[in-house]
Structures are given as structure tokens and as C-alpha cells.
Design a protein around this ligand. Structure first.
Ligand code: CA
Length: 703
């Protein structure tokens, strides 16, 4: 025994001498008990045991060199553990894995720390966001994850706080309000950290806010800088410096009245060599360019990628994807940095597939356009010029008549993270090809409770030429492998329902993606051939993470339906678990999920025999779409866990319905009173419309 150990040590020593460099790399892997610092994040690409920052590395590629789980072994992938959460709302978080502990967020901005090997809970933290804040969330009460620095993790909350938690205990170290609580800001994005500065944006461009991104000291919570993405009212100090002066020249009228928009609600990336922080900027508030800016000017920095100095927040360059944004075409979608060979030259590029349907390759040093092509059918522009500026289709601006436009406000690609594999040179995009009707709203006035987008729900016919172009948008939801060098499709996987999840690619020639129909799937990264799938009992929207502990590779992902335009219902849908969960997989594991039991998807229309609708359902439909649909779903069909009102017993009694809609009886659950925006007869019209839709279910047996 002693001899064998000794000889083992001897050969190890010789191996160490021969492979000195690989020993250094191995030493760099276990990080037990050390604080997260700049070096650890910069070295994230070599650190396979952890996942220390949101997109795995500062370049946000979401590619892992791990390959124990690969095209040959993935068939043996099984469930290692799962953690059921306390909510049925959307799950969009990518976990961090640090020192064998997994940190993630859940709906309502809650944070969790669990043992990454077993899922055993270490702590949980609830910032106690008031339920009524739900009414300010455009797209569910979701959260996309934490950031780590020093001995703390950081999260943004739906009500605009940035909170630092002790990594070991989950106790609050500090908390700052990053937004004006009287305005309708929310935070759903994950912070990023550069040299001890916590960078955080916010959302709310459907609800009348002015976007910005801020940096806070990780140790103290002190604000260090703030960069506004759109100019404010010049009379109230909204144009403070040369950058804002430049931006203000691209706006017209009283643009600040509805906030302007431009929120930085999701993507950021960082290049340590150039020392540039890249932020993705959102849509205009309101969407309607005529109302927002008299239909004039580019409206900087809406729908732009902006490069900033991370130490000061100073502007360096911008690239605007959609000047005069009019369709909710945010450029907040995932930004990926990569060094790729173009025309025989390695170029430092930035890549994005924003909502507007074009895939952009940009020089990340200068912001200059390199190439772009549409990755789904696009009808608001006919192409891009040599500088990447769109060649607009005039009719798509819906100035006097409705237009049918592709992509939709949900986008050709939304927040669902993409992935870039340097091995295949492909970008994997959760894509959606659809079109949508946009109508002018001649009666627009600011609505303090609902959305403020300046879009009407007109029954007028759409401009026929726009309808013809949009009719080609037939592909629907799919996973698209895109070659950024040739700007062409490599392969695709078709899905039946929209809202399919974020993507992870690995050196095992794998692409991992969850789907809205309730599976986690593995595909060959080079061809898209499906190799493995697992029934998760819920839609999987979040981006998967991978890590290695004790020589075992894990893949972790959250399941839980929510957000916008997730189509998990309908005929043929799998039954759904009641709560969201975190799931972790490894090779040869045999854990199993509990039987579905009380499934969230078994629903019945209430007894309507005494419901007696007394309103005008046709009028109710318009008010429903204006006020209710953004949460409860278009046509009174909720695809998420937010109540589908056709199946709600509350529609069967006027008093019960009014106690909720007018008196706010469920405000703690997020359903606030709408008394300030709906008159009692309008509420009854809405109830009548929902009853009409419930009767459709009864009469057709459909859902
Ligand atoms: Ca938006």
C-alpha cells in the first residue's frame, strides 16, 4: 500500500515536471474560500469548475470548453438533483457556480444559494417586493440572475433596488434604491461587475420612463456614475453634457413627456483589453415615433449598442440598429464578443441579433459596421446600407393606416441568451419569425396604470403592401445556427411554440436549449441533429450553465413559464408542474421528478349559468387588449401562469370581478386596482368579453 502510494506520487511528480504548464492550470481551478476578484473573472474561460459571471465570461459567449458530456455520452445524461421553488411565475435566471455553491434568482427577485453537487439549500433571500409592483412589470416578475464580487453576490430587484448579500450567509450587506420609486421602473436583468463596480440598468420603456445605466461601489453601495441613454427635458437639466447634446439634436417636440424610453434591461459585455463596457439599449417610450418625436430624427440612443468607459461611464461610441424606432425593436438582446477571422484577418467583433431581425457584426473597438443580414423575415426595411443603416419601408411606420410588420414587438430574438462556439464558428439564436399589426393611436393620452406605447387596437385594414411582405413570415419559433462570417444560416431546429430558452454550447459538440413545450434538449453543434431530450414538466426559458466538480460535468437550468409570448398551452401541450424549479444533470445520474399530481394545466371553465354579462363584449375586447392583455394574454388566452381569466371563477359574478378590478382586492398578488383607468361600465364590458371567450372554450372544447 505504502509502496503503491509512493510510486504514484513519484510518477505524479514526473508528470508535473513534464507538464508544468498544465499543473498551473489545474492549480488555478479550485478556488476554495477565495474572494471573487478581477483575476478570477478574467480567467473564467480556463476555470471549468465554476461559472462566475452571467454569460460565463466577460465576452458573454456562453461557450464551455467542458466535454465529458459530449455528442457520444449525452445519451447517458440524467437528472442529478432538482429544487422546487415557491412560485409558478417565470424563471429566467442563469445560475453562478462559485466554490461548489450555486447562486441563482427566482421570480419576485428572490435569491437562493444551494450546494451545486446536491441542490441542498444553504440560504434563501426574499427582498419582499410589494405584490402591486407586478403592475409595472411589462413582462412578468422575472429576474435573470446575480453577480459576484469579493465575498458578496448582488441582485437587482423588481422595485429598483440593488442589493448586496453576504455569499456565505445570504444576509443583506447593503441595499440602494437605483430608481425613482414614484416612476414605473423595474429591474429584471443581472448586474455585471468590473473592477469592483457593480453595473446595473433597468426596464420600463412601455411604462413611460427614461433609461439609464449606473455603477455602484461593490463594497459600499455608493453610486459612482450614471449614463442616461436618452436626453431628458432640457429645462430640467436633462441635457447635461456633449453626449446628451448630441443625442438631443436627434429628437423633436416634447419627447421627454413620456420618458423617451431606451432602458438597459438586459445585455452587457466587457472587453478588458480595450477596457470598454458595451450596453444594449431598448425601445422608445412611447413606441409610436409620431407621438414620441413628431416622426423626426434618429432618437439616440434608442435601439443602440453603446460603448462606455467602465470607470467613469463616459461615452465612447454607439451603433444604432433602428433609428426612429417605432416597433419596440430593442437592442437589449444578448451581446457576444469574439475574435473571428474575416477576409483573412482576425477582427475583434461584437455580435447581436436584436429584435429588429438583422444580425450585426460590429468592430468593437470603433463601433463601425462590418456586416449585417436578416436572420428572419424583415419587412420594416429592405436591407442595410454600407454603414449598417436600414433602408426603411415608409408604410411600416403606420402613420395614418395600420401596417403589418415583421418581426413583431417580441422580436426576431428576445432576451433568451444566444451562444457562440469558437469551435464551430456559429452563433445559436433562439429565433422567432412572425409579423404583427401596428396601428396609430390618434387618441393617445398617458395611462398611469397600463402601457404607454401609442399603438391603437384598430379594426381598420392594414396597408396591403405591408400585409403582402409580412405574409412571408411563416417559420415561427426555431433554434437558428447562424454563420456570422458568411451571414447565412447553417441549420435550424423547428419548434411548435414560441418562447424557447437560452442556449449553451460546449466543446463536446453540443448545443443545449430548453423549449417552451417543456423539454431540455441537446443537439449536435455542427449539424443540429437532436441527441437527447428530457421532460422538465415546465417551459424552459432560462440559459443553461455548465460546470465540473469532482471530475463530473453538470448542466443546470431553470424551468418555469412566464415572461411574454411563451406559448406553452394549446392542443397537445404537455401537462405542467405547479412550481418553477432548478434542475441539474450529470452523466449516469438517475434521480427523477415527482409525478405531476396537481398540474397547473388542468383547467375548467367556471359555471357561467348565472354569469349574465351585462356589458358590450365587442367594446370590452378593445379595453381588454388595451389594459389587460399585457399580463393576461391577447384574446383572453393566457399562455403563462398568470391567470387565464376564461377559467377564473371570478368572471361568474359581477361583485367578485369588480372587487378585484376596481377595489384592488388582489393587489398583494400583483393585480392592482384599475379604477383610475377604467370606468365601471368598461369593467363590465371587459367581463362580458371574457365570458364570451370562455363560451368559445365551452362550445368548441378547445383551450
Ligand atoms: Ca419593450
Amino acid at each position: 500500500m505504502i509502496l503503491r502510494l509512493a510510486s504514484g506520487s513519484l510518477s505524479l511528480a514526473i508528470v508535473s515536471l513534464i507538464f508544468a504548464s498544465s499543473v498551473v492550470a489545474a492549480d488555478a481551478k479550485p478556488q476554495t474560500g477565495k474572494a471573487v476578484d478581477a483575476k478570477r473573472i478574467l480567467k473564467a474561460d480556463d476555470n471549468n469548475s465554476e461559472w462566475v459571471t452571467h454569460g460565463r465570461t466577460y465576452n458573454e459567449q456562453r461557450f464551455s470548453p467542458l466535454k465529458k458530456i459530449n455528442q457520444d455520452t449525452v445519451k447517458n445524461l440524467g437528472l442529478a438533483w432538482y429544487v422546487d421553488l415557491d412560485t409558478d411565475r417565470g424563471q429566467e435566471s442563469t445560475p453562478l457556480i462559485i466554490d461548489g455553491t450555486m447562486y441563482f434568482t427566482s421570480a419576485w427577485s428572490k435569491a437562493f444559494a444551494v450546494d451545486a453537487r446536491t441542490g441542498k439549500e444553504k440560504w434563501r433571500y426574499d427582498p419582499k417586493v410589494a405584490g402591486e409592483k407586478n403592475a409595472d412589470a411589462c413582462c412578468d416578475v422575472v429576474n435573470r440572475g446575480v453577480a459576484a464580487w469579493g465575498d458578496k453576490v448582488f441582485l437587482g430587484t423588481l422595485d429598483g433596488r440593488l442589493i448586496a448579500l453576504d455569499m456565505a450567509t445570504g444576509k443583506e450587506a447593503w441595499s440602494v434604491q437605483t430608481t425613482d420609486p414614484t416612476k414605473r421602473y423595474t429591474i429584471t436583468g443581472a448586474p455585471r461587475i468590473i473592477r469592483g463596480k457593480v453595473i446595473i440598468g433597468n426596464g420600463g420603456a412601455e411604462l413611460g420612463v427614461r433609461g439609464y445605466v449606473s455603477a455602484y461601489d461593490a463594497n459600499t453601495g455608493k453610486m459612482l456614475w450614471r449614463f442616461y441613454t436618452v436626453p431628458g427635458n432640457p429645462a430640467e437639466g436633462g441635457v447635461t453634457d456633449k453626449t446628451m447634446e448630441m443625442a438631443a439634436r436627434t429628437w423633436a417636440g416634447d419627447w421627454w413627456k413620456v420618458g423617451g424610453g431606451g432602458t438597459v434591461w438586459d445585455s452587457m459585455a466587457y472587453d478588458p483589453e480595450l477596457d470598454l463596457l458595451y450596453i444594449g439599449v431598448g425601445n422608445g417610450s412611447p413606441w409610436n415615433y409620431q407621438i414620441r418625436s413628431q416622426g423626426k430624427g434618429d432618437n439616440l440612443f434608442l435601439s443602440s449598442i453603446v460603448a462606455l468607459k467602465p470607470d467613469t461611464g463616459e461615452y465612447v461610441w454607439h451603433f444604432q440598429t433602428t433609428p426612429g424606432e417605432s416597433w419596440d425593436y430593442t437592442a437589449t438582446q444578448h451581446i457576444i464578443l469574439a475574435d473571428i477571422k474575416l477576409d483573412g484577418q482576425v477582427r475583434k467583433v461584437l455580435m447581436q441579433a436584436p429584435k429588429n431581425g438583422y444580425f450585426y457584426v460590429i468592430d468593437r473597438k470603433t463601433g463601425k459596421f462590418i456586416s449585417g443580414n436578416n436572420y428572419v423575415n424583415v419587412t420594416w426595411a429592405t436591407g442595410l446600407d454600407a454603414n449598417g443603416r436600414p433602408l426603411f419601408v415608409k408604410e411600416a411606420f403606420y402613420v395614418t393606416e395600420p401596417a403589418q410588420v415583421a418581426p413583431t414587438p417580441v422580436g426576431g430574438h428576445n432576451w433568451y441568451p444566444m451562444s457562440y462556439s469558437p469551435l464551430t464558428n456559429l452563433v445559436y439564436i433562439p429565433a422567432l419569425e412572425q409579423s404583427s399589426k401596428y396601428s396609430p393611436d390618434p387618441n393617445f393620452k398617458v395611462n398611469p396604470k397600463g402601457w404607454n406605447i401609442g399603438i391603437g387596437f384598430s379594426s381598420a385594414p392594414v396597408n396591403p403592401s405591408t400585409a403582402e411582405a409580412a405574409a412571408k413570415s411563416k417559420a415561427g419559433p426555431h433554434l437558428l445556427a447562424w454563420n456570422p462570417i458568411t451571414q447565412t444560416e447553417a441549420w435550424r431546429v423547428q419548434y411548435s411554440r414560441p418562447g424557447n430558452g437560452g442556449v449553451l454550447s460546449t466543446a463536446g459538440n453540443l448545443v443545449i436549449q430548453g423549449s417552451a413545450d417543456g423539454y431540455l434538449n441537446a443537439y449536435r453543434a455542427d449539424t443540429g441533429t437532436k441527441l437527447w431530450s428530457y421532460v422538465t414538466q415546465n417551459a424552459v426559458m432560462s440559459g443553461p450553465a455548465t460546470f465540473e466538480l469532482d471530475g463530473q460535468q453538470y448542466i443546470a437550468v431553470m424551468a418555469g413559464i412566464g415572461g411574454v409570448a411563451v406559448g406553452a398551452g394549446g392542443p397537445g401541450a404537455l401537462p405542467r408542474a405547479k412550481y418553477g424549479r432548478m434542475l441539474a444533470f450529470k452523466l449516469g445520474a438517475t434521480a427523477s421528478l415527482p409525478p405531476l399530481g396537481d398540474s397547473a394545466s388542468t383547467r375548467e371553465v367556471p359555471n357561467l349559468s348565472r354569469a349574465a354579462p351585462m356589458g358590450d363584449a365587442a367594446k370590452g375586447r378593445f379595453d381588454y387588449e388595451r389594459v389587460c392583455a399585457s399580463c393576461h394574454g391577447a384574446n383572453a388566452v393566457s399562455p403563462t401562469a398568470i391567470p387565464d381569466l376564461r377559467f377564473s371563477p371570478t368572471i361568474s359574478r359581477v361583485e367578485g370581478f369588480n372587487s378585484i378590478v376596481i377595489d384592488g382586492a388582489r393587489k398583494d398578488k400583483g393585480m392592482v386596482s384599475f379604477a383610475s383607468v377604467l370606468k365601471p361600465d368598461e369593467v363590465e364590458n371587459i367581463r362580458s368579453y371574457i365570458i364570451q371567450q370562455a363560451n368559445v372554450v365551452l362550445n368548441t372544447g378547445g383551450r
